[in-house]
Design a protein around this ligand. Structure first.
Ligand code: CP
Ligand code: NVA
Length: 310
């Protein structure tokens, strides 16, 4: 039994390997209960505040339904409607909300802002995506990989495309859980040195990570092919330059065919067919993207139960 009660999750670095595996076990159990229609409401009376500075379909709906299914309530807070959006200090917001809520989920532009919020809050803060990390996505991804591969240890994950928040969290996830991760990105869009260094400090296997400019090199023999949008939220003005820079980085049928015969395709969604992924791949038989999206619900219910429960 792990005690995660009261903990924040800003990055998977905040959890030990054992804590991650505990959350994944709990997620699998909650998924089974959910499929059987069993209702357990251990978070009755608890409220999760959900602050959004950016758009969301999956994160909002999975957290809101997730807390409801656990007996609690989700409160959607558009940052523009909060005094935060009119300049109220982050620290004051954290202290005030800590008096009302049992946990905060936040999707923000700046990871530093979320760190500041967590530093001043006396309740758990869960990162629902920042410019640097998307740890809840990585938890759902790990759950999905476990469902298909039965293990994380030694699983070969190929990430092709922009080394963004999603890629950063997958790097930390791999370092923590024993997966091998190979990242192919064009020059200028490769992982930040500081995140690579953090991931390397976590892993005891120096070969767990490979960074290259060759999609073919990383896809060959991989168990999981993963990609994400070339232009993330907030980077809209770079879209044209990115479209040019990422030519040749589409996950297409040729790359998929070069992976292991039982490889799966993952994408955090939303996706752009014809850009980072070919329709034939994301809508093809090896795609697990909708199971992955569903697992956001189960993984986050497990996380909420772990940090908001007794
Ligand atoms: N994958 C993900 O976080 O999706 P949303 O932006 O819809 O929340
Ligand atoms: N990298 C994307 C993920 C969206 C879920 C973004 O930050 O917009």
């Amino acid at each position: 039994q792990q005690s995660l009660a009261g903990k924040s999750l800003l990055s998977l670095q905040d959890l030990t390997k054992e804590e991650i595996l505990y959350v994944l076990d709990l997620a699998a159990e909650l998924k089974k209960q959910n499929k059987k229609g069993e209702l357990i409401q251990p978070l009755a009376g608890k409220t999760l505040g959900m602050i959004f500075e950016k758009s969301s379909t999956r994160t909002r709906v999975s957290f809101e339904t997730g807390i409801y299914q656990l007996g609690g309530m989700g409160l959607y807070l558009n940052s523009k409607d909060l005094q935060l959006g009119r300049g109220e200090p982050v620290a004051d917001t954290a202290k005030v909300l800590s008096g009302y809520l049992d946990a905060i989920m936040i999707r923000a532009n700046s990871h530093k802002m979320v760190e500041e919020l967590a530093a001043h809050a006396t309740i758990p803060v869960i990162n629902g995506l920042t410019d640097l990390f998307h740890p809840c996505q990585a938890l759902a991804d790990l759950q999905t990989i476990l469902e298909y591969k039965g293990t994380l240890d030694g699983v070969k994950l190929a990430y092709i495309g922009d080394a963004n928040n999603v890629a950063n969290s997958l790097m930390i996830a791999a370092a923590k859980t024993g997966m091998q991760i190979r990242i192919a990105s064009p020059a200028g869009y490769q992982p930040l040195t500081e995140i690579v260094e953090k991931a390397r400090e976590i892993s005891d296997d120096p070969d767990f990570l490979l960074i290259t400019e060759s999609p073919e090199e990383v896809a060959a023999g991989a168990d999981v092919l993963y990609t994400d949008v070339w232009t993330s939220m907030g980077q809209e003005e770079e879209a044209q330059a990115r479209l040019t820079a990422f030519q040749g980085f589409q996950v297409n049928e040729t790359l998929m065919d070069s992976a292991a015969s039982d490889a799966i395709f993952l994408h955090c969604l939303p996706a752009h067919r014809g850009e980072e992924v070919a329709a034939a791949v994301i809508d093809g038989p090896q795609s697990a993207v909708f199971q992955e999206a569903e697992n956001r619900l189960h993984a986050q219910k497990a996380l909420m139960l772990a940090v908001m429960g007794k």
